[in-house]
Design a protein around this ligand. Structure first.
Ligand code: C2E
Ligand code: CA
Ligand code: CA
Ligand code: CA
Length: 275
């Protein structure tokens, strides 16, 4: 099916509300994008605040469309999830991220986002193992980011998959912490290695009293449970100062660096991140 750029634009903005036909068309385009190498990863630095160094990068999916330019994930991941294409795309992300990270210095890890759907299909543990084996990346340098919804649905199977993944030696981070519900129960049912405090809390600083109280509680919880805490979306030095005062372990955000293409990772590593 063909449609003009304007129809596509409208589709991207409206997401799921668009007609089935447009979704089918985007699905076919996405399939082609995967096959023809139009997908790529951008890498955003993850800062270890105490050591004042880049401890790793989060891999973030981009679609370099031949006509429409660089498309952010929010505009195609919903359709990729709806159509199941996120499974082969997610597998590609795992392989690409591990392959590229294998060329970085030993102390620098990579974090990969997993869709809840990847947990519902068999073969996730094998796919992660295969990506590690093919790249030669040490498992300790790979972190998998999952959202609470992974534990919400199909929880028993998902829980045992999480334990199997942990068994490979990779770390598991809870993404967007605080945006779902009954988060604390999930921390009891699975021993996460890291909590990523959602950007909505950070962006409320310095004025948001409620957000500050939640950040305070989560960092204290992390300290007591031995879980690393990372604040997402740090954009100002003032936010950073507050997070450091709370004892937050790590941070990510435009203050330290926007996502960059793979060839610029080395340059980011050379920068001095003491602020
Ligand atoms: P996320 O996992 O929460 O990733 C962080 C998002 O916040 C990224 O957006 C990043 O560019 C943005 N960000 C980082 N620092 C700042 C900041 O200081 N200010 C602001 N305003 N934004 C900041 P991006 O790359 O557009 O990704 C959006 C979402 O798409 C991700 O949210 C994640 O849920 C999803 N995603 C990205 N790559 C993948 C992937 O490979 N697989 C899956 N399943 N989902 C992915
Ligand atoms: Ca993430
Ligand atoms: Ca996040
Ligand atoms: Ca988010």
């Amino acid at each position: 099916a063909k449609f003009d750029g304007r129809g596509m634009q409208r589709f991207y903005e409206a997401g799921m509300d668009q007609p089935l036909q447009a979704r089918q068309a985007l699905k076919m385009e996405l399939r082609r994008a995967l096959a023809q190498g139009e997908l790529e990863l951008a890498y955003q630095p993850l800062l270890d605040l105490r050591a004042a160094r880049v401890a790793g990068f989060e891999a973030l999916l981009r679609w370099r469309h031949p006509k429409r330019g660089l498309i952010p994930p929010a505009e195609f991941i919903p359709v990729a999830e709806e159509t199941g294409l996120i499974v082969p795309i997610g597998e590609w992300v795992l392989h690409e991220a591990c392959r590229e990270a294998a060329g970085w210095p030993d102390g620098v890890g990579v974090a990969v986002n997993l869709s809840p759907l990847q947990f519902r299909k068999p073969g996730l543990v094998d796919a992660v193992g295969a990506a590690l084996a093919a790249s030669g990346l040490d498992a300790s340098r790979l972190e998998l980011e999952i959202t609470e919804s992974v534990l919400l649905h199909h929880s028993e199977g998902n829980l045992s998959q999480l334990h199997e993944l942990r068994g490979l030696g990779v770390r598991i981070a809870m993404d967007d912490f605080g945006t779902g519900y009954s988060s604390l129960g999930y921390l009891r049912s699975f021993p996460f290695d890291k909590i990523k405090i959602d950007r909505s809390f950070t962006s409320d600083l310095p004025d948001g009293i409620q957000s500050l109280a939640i950040i305070q509680a989560v960092t204290a919880l992390g300290r007591n449970l031995g879980i690393v805490t990372l604040a997402e979306g740090v954009e100002t030095r003032q936010q950073l100062a507050i997070l450091e005062a709370q004892g937050c372990d790590m941070a990510q955000g435009y203050l330290f660096g926007r996502p960059v293409s793979a060839q610029h990772v080395g340059r980011v590593l050379l920068l001095d991140h003491r602020l």
